[in-house]
Design a protein around this ligand. Structure first.
Ligand SMILES: [Mg+2]
Length: 295
């Protein structure tokens, strides 16, 4: 077996650089041939993936977190047809490894086991499109409060896990609602809104169970819509995302769809897999079983 390792050395607070020799040793010992590609700057991962000689590899491995996987996926799909790609894999050493959980990968050893076992499975991929832009994601996209929190948390990344708490309190004090109009496979939903997330997989922010019923191969995205919540209600509901019980809140609803057209007033920033994509209006579509991942 020959694989491409695309590694973000800064993943997980520079864990990437430290773990690379460990990973390479374990792969060698198992008889896996590997080529290592080091990502030197933020968008470099996209470039590396788009320039890869894919025919040389039995799997392409994103070594990092959700962001690294997002960049590898988008780099590959910017140049290659999905059906021509070898399976993708993840060695989850980032600060957020949400998507890997839906592949039953909870640790570096789980990721290595998936490579050694080499059992690919087809999974759904979602596309996010605006007038001239198109991105793909496998984890989660959203706008509103949760997205604003993630954006603030990024600015305080040096605080580690505490950055998320800073984000929550900052955005709760500065809480705004917006008007949203969603068209879910032709059904219209509108109203005053706190946040909406579009989930392909179940987890976000590492281990928050945002969409407990989402499946990565059912051809549907799970959409969680949070309407107008008071500050107190919002703060008491957020911790419930860790167990998935936030869905019981009367202002929170859960629907499934294949395609969603999104409009908001005012325009809202949209994030997918932790990366800023652009703003509303936008369309999100599920592409059933588009690529293979090793699980
Ligand atoms: Mg699904």
């Amino acid at each position: 077996m020959r694989i491409a390792l695309i590694i973000n050395p800064h993943a997980g607070g520079k864990k990437g650089a430290k773990l690379l020799p460990v990973i390479e040793k374990k792969l060698s010992r198992a008889g896996v041939e590997y080529h290592t590609y080091l990502s030197l700057y933020h968008e470099h991962t996209v470039k590396i993936a788009s320039e890869l000689d894919i025919a040389r590899y039995d799997a392409i491995v994103a070594v990092g977190g959700d962001g690294t996987n997002f960049h590898v996926l988008n780099g590959l799909l910017s140049r290659f047809k999905p059906e021509t790609l070898p399976p993708l894999a993840i060695l989850p050493i980032g600060s957020g490894n949400s998507f890997a959980r839906d592949l039953n990968i909870f640790s570096l050893d789980d990721g290595l086991r998936a490579i050694f076992e080499n059992k690919p499975g087809w999974i759904d991929v979602c596309s996010f499109s605006q007038a001239e832009k198109k991105y793909y994601f496998v984890n989660i996209a959203g706008f509103g409060f949760v997205t604003d929190v993630a954006e603030t948390a990024r600015k305080f990344k040096w605080l580690g896990d505490f950055s998320y708490i800073v984000g929550v309190f900052h955005r709760t004090l500065d809480l705004h609602f917006h008007h949203m109009e969603l068209e879910l496979d032709g059904r219209a939903v509108s109203g005053e809104n706190c946040f909406v997330v579009f989930c392909n997989s179940r987890f976000t922010g590492g281990n928050m169970l945002m969409a407990p019923e989402a499946r990565i191969d059912d051809g549907l995205m799970d959409i969680i819509i949070a309407g107008k919540l008071s500050r107190a209600s919002l703060l008491s509901t957020l911790p419930k995302i860790y167990t998935g019980s936030h869905l019981c809140h009367p202002a929170v609803s859960h629907v499934q769809a294949k395609t969603v057209k999104i409009k908001t007033r005012p325009e809202k920033a949209m994030l997918a897999d932790g990366e800023v994509l652009g703003t509303t209006p936008a369309t999100i579509t599920v592409h059933p079983r588009m690529i293979r991942y090793l699980a």
